[in-house]
Every structure is written in C-alpha cells, then in structure tokens.
Write a protein that binds this ligand. Structure first.
Ligand SMILES: NC(=O)c1ccc[n+]([C@@H]2O[C@H](COP(=O)([O-])OP(=O)(O)OC[C@H]3O[C@@H](n4cnc5c(N)ncnc54)[C@H](OP(=O)(O)O)[C@@H]3O)[C@@H](O)[C@H]2O)c1
Length: 255
C-alpha cells in the first residue's frame, strides 16, 4: 500500500511521522508540495514526488493543503478512482464530491497526537465508498490512533474537543505545574510531575471499565484532602469554565 500526501505542512508532517512510528516503510510514503516536500522527504527518508506521480503510484491520496486552495489546486489534480482523504477544515463531503467527482472522498479531522499513534480522528464518508474502501480508510487512520464516524454537523464540536482539546489539556497541565511551583517545587520537577500524572490518569481511565466521575470519586474519600480540592473546583464553577471555553471555540468565526 502506497500513501501519497499533497501538502507537506504541520498536519501532513504529523501524519507521516505517525505512519513511520507505526512501522510503515518510508519507501511507501510519497509527498508533494512546492517548497517543503523535498526537505521533509530528505529528513524522514520518504519519497518527494509531483502530484501526477502520487496519483499514479498511491492507493490513498491524503490532501493536506489549505482549505481555500481546494478549488484552484483540486481542479488541477487528476485523482480519478483514488481514495481521497481530506484533512481540510470545514471542507464538506459535498465540496469534495464536486471537486473530485470521480474519486472516493473522505472528510477527516485529525489532531496533533496522530504523530505518535495516539490521534483522535473524526471521519465522514462520501456515499460512493463501498465497505471495502471504508475498511481501507479505517485501517489507515487506525495506524494513527482512534476514529469516530460522525455526522458532518458534529465536526465543529469534535474539532473543539479533539482538535483544540490538546491545547486545553496542556493549559490544565500548565496550571498544575504553576501550582506546584507556587508551593515550592522547582519548575522542571513540577512540569514532569504534572505531565506524568495526566498521562497516567488517562491510561488508568482507558484501561478501566469505569467512567471519569466514578474513578474521580474513588480517589476522593469523603472528608479527605482530594475531596477538599474537588469541592473547591465546584465552588469556582470549573465545569462552567470548560463548557464556556468549548462554546467559544465552536462559535468562533474565522476572519
Ligand atoms: N495543523 C493542525 O493541527 C490541523 C488539524 C486538523 C486539520 N488541519 C488542516 O490541515 C490542512 C493543512 O494544515 P497545516 O497546519 O498543515 O498547514 P501548513 O503547515 O500551512 O501546510 C500547508 C501546506 O500546503 C502546501 N501547499 C501549498 N500549495 C500547494 C500546492 N500547489 N501543491 C501541494 N501543496 C501545496 C504547502 O506547501 P509548501 O510548504 O511547500 O509551501 C504546505 O506544506 C489545512 O487544510 C487544515 O485545515 C490542520
């Protein structure tokens, strides 16, 4: 299976690193872009190629240029019969089916964790794909993490939670770090303790058959110090703060 990327920026780089991390042979990965592709190919030992070569050699073509380039750039590409996976934000299946009328189009929304095989990706499929093609697409994304097949109307909330979410989790890790520093820890130790606590807790949750609230209450015995901290979160309306940040993200209008 050959994987071809058109666009060589941040998102393409994250996916390519994820494929290599998952053990895909770098000779099966192709990339095309006007400026960055050659350097990226040299750094990651993948193949730089023009888009015609990619269309010829690759089974899956991932488009990862900017959304406003869809029509100009898309109309110059011949992706007849290819599975085309778009990561272009806000570009719908209808847009893709219009620009690539003879391709099998997939809308996807990955996040930065794809680079280490821990991505979370939303997927929506054109009606043209058959079950076998959907499986090929799922197999691609499972190399990079987990997937959720969603109605396109839910891509905005997915984007806020999974796309922007890493920044929000990092904000929380930084707040834990600062609290550690305020209470006498050195910065490096505080940062390491906060990050490993969040990473370990996430893994504990994923490996349990439980939910976040049940596990949280298991950690916080009545009258104990953890419960005092959680009560303080409640008094300061932590859930409202998070909900409001997610709503601000969903409702943000790009200028
Ligand atoms: N960054 C994220 O976290 C993220 C998350 C989800 C979705 N996305 C989506 O992913 C897409 C790429 O985002 P990004 O952050 O990776 O942007 P980026 O770093 O600015 O990369 C854009 C890429 O498009 C390439 N490009 C421009 N003209 C081209 C052409 N004629 N042929 C082929 N490639 C061309 C550029 O090539 P040169 O570098 O050679 O000029 C560049 O590598 C966007 O549509 C965005 O909505 C991004």
């Amino acid at each position: 299976m050959n994987y071809g990327f058109i666009g060589a920026g941040n998102m393409a780089t994250a996916m390519i690193k994820g494929l290599i991390y998952a053990g895909i042979d770098s000779k099966n990965i192709y990339v095309s872009s006007p400026h960055s592709a050659a350097k990226l190919a040299a750094n990651l030992h993948i193949q730089a190629a023009d888009s015609e070569t990619i269309a010829k050699k690759c089974d899956i073509v991932i488009i990862a240029f900017l959304p406003n380039q869809l029509r100009t750039l898309g109309n110059s590409l011949n992706l007849d019969g290819k599975i085309v996976i778009s990561v272009l934000a806000q570009v719908t299946i209808a847009d893709l089916d219009e620009v690539f009328p003879t391709a099998f189009n997939v809308r996807s929304l990955p996040n930065i964790n794809s680079a280490i095989g821990k991505g979370s990706t939303a997927l929506a499929f054109s009606k043209r794909l058959n079950e076998g093609q959907i499986e090929v697409v799922q197999n691609y994304w499972h190399l990079l993490g987990t997937t959720s097949v969603l109605d396109e109307q839910h891509f905005a909330i997915f984007s806020a939670i999974a796309g922007s979410g890493p920044a929000f989790v990092l904000k929380f890790i930084d707040a834990l770090t600062q609290a550690g520093i305020n209470n006498g820890l050195d910065g490096e130790s505080a940062a390491a303790i906060a990050a490993s606590t969040v990473a370990g807790t996430t893994e504990t949750l994923q490996k349990s058959n439980s939910d976040a609230v049940t596990l949280m209450n298991n950690v916080a015995s009545p009258g104990g110090s953890t419960r005092a901290g959680l009560d303080n979160f409640e008094q300061n309306d932590f859930d409202t703060i998070v909900n409001s940040a997610i709503n601000a993200t969903v409702n943000h209008k790009h200028t």
